[in-house]
Design a protein around this ligand. Structure first.
Ligand code: NAD
Ligand code: LMR
Length: 332
């Protein structure tokens, strides 16, 4: 067995971490043979709660967990880490957009960017979950200049999973029969969930989702808005933002990054834009990627029609605005 990987989960006393710690600890992300040191970061007032989570984690008796570090000190938490799930941040309440959290949350990611720069392994893989996730990931990478920009990402996998679940539900097929639903842009209500390139195995053969559904009005209307607004719908129902599904999506994202995407399957992740598909640069934009040996590559050459172009540009514009607002907050 290899040396334990050092895996940081921030917001470790919060709701997402409560599911995420268990899923990571039992091997869902780094595999069944990879021992782990779990590092848990939260803020000082949450230390007593975190102590309870540590008790439970110990009581789960997970063979892969070889050590647990629970701390409120970023200098301790970020030391020599291989992977970081940056979850710790304020969630939105009913009636808010995720970007309304920017002023409250972006400074967390400035501080944690600096801590990554100072303490983490230079090949660390960073997933930002805390909202507004794309812009927080951008800020984090800007304050960690010694770590390659490709090592930072923002979570849009929950949106991809939501999109695939909508399609599978409508066609009454198992979820893993649907692939390559793409999320373009921001993890916000301007995101573009795109099924143009998606396929489904139905009745024993593979078909385009567009042909199998055969309802363009739904695909261009309610399907898109359901995915765009799913986070708000969960908040309206639970009075709390999504947690179990967010933890599962974070695991899917990091598992694919470490272990690779299966042949023929794409994953969507918010990554540093290189201008592919005419998207603005210097934003963390969600693209379809394939991953091998820990390196993602944007899926290139997909046709983009006028409908898609308008949606991809709208969400890019929002990301540019968020970036400019975030930089102002950080520089103030
Ligand atoms: N990208 C996505 O798809 C997605 C999905 C769901 C939730 N989220 C976001 O994830 C974040 C966390 O959600 P939650 O439901 O777990 O919230 P929560 O309030 O239950 O937990 C957040 C935890 O973060 C801690 N925290 C605050 N500042 C911190 C800091 N500087 N360092 C470390 N920990 C800190 C808090 O003390 C709290 O324990 C929110 O911003 C939420 O909007 C994103
Ligand atoms: O919607 C939220 O605020 C939480 C999260 O980003 C989600 O998509 O469920």
């Amino acid at each position: 067995m290899s040396e334990p990987l050092r895996v940081l989960i921030t917001g470790a006393a919060g709701q997402i971490a409560y599911s995420l710690l268990y899923m990571v600890g039992k091997g869902d992300v780094f595999g069944p043979n990879q021992p782990l040191t779990l590092i848990m970061l939260d803020i000082p007032p949450m230390m007593a709660v975190m102590e309870g989570v540590v008790m439970e984690l110990n009581d789960c008796a997970l063979p892969l967990v070889r050590g647990i570090v629970a701390t409120a000190d970023e200098d301790v938490a970020f030391k020599d880490i291989d992977a970081a799930f940056l979850v710790g941040a304020m969630p939105r309440k009913e009636g808010m957009e995720r970007k309304d959290l920017l002023a409250a949350n972006v400074k967390i990611f400035k501080s944690q960017g600096k801590a990554l720069d100072k303490h983490a392994k230079k090949n660390v893989k960073v997933l930002v979950v805390g909202n507004p996730a794309n812009t927080n990931a951008l800020i984090c990478s800007k304050y960690a200049p010694s770590i390659p920009k490709e090592n930072f990402s923002a979570m849009t996998r929950l949106d991809q999973n939501r999109g695939q679940a909508q399609i599978a539900g409508r066609l009454k097929v198992p979820i893993d029969h649907v692939k390559n639903v793409v999320i373009w842009g921001n993890h916000s209500s301007t995101q573009f969930p795109d099924v143009t390139h998606a396929t489904v195995v139905i009745g024993g053969s593979e078909k385009k989702v567009y042909d199998a559904i055969n309802d363009e009005t739904w695909l261009k209307g309610d399907f898109i808005s359901t995915v765009q607004k799913r986070g708000a719908a969960v908040i309206a129902a639970r009075k709390l933002s999504s947690a179990m599904s967010a933890a599962k999506a974070a695991c899917d994202h990091m598992r694919d990054w470490f272990q690779g995407t299966p042949e023929g399957k794409w994953a969507s992740m918010g990554i540093y834009s290189d201008g592919s598909y005419g998207v603005a640069k210097d934003v963390m934009y969600s693209f379809p990627v394939t991953i091998q040996n820990g390196q993602w590559k944007i899926v290139q050459g997909l046709p983009v029609d006028d409908f898609a172009r308008a949606k991809m540009d709208l969400t890019a514009k929002e990301l540019c605005e968020e970036r400019d607002d975030a930089l102002k907050v950080c520089e103030a």
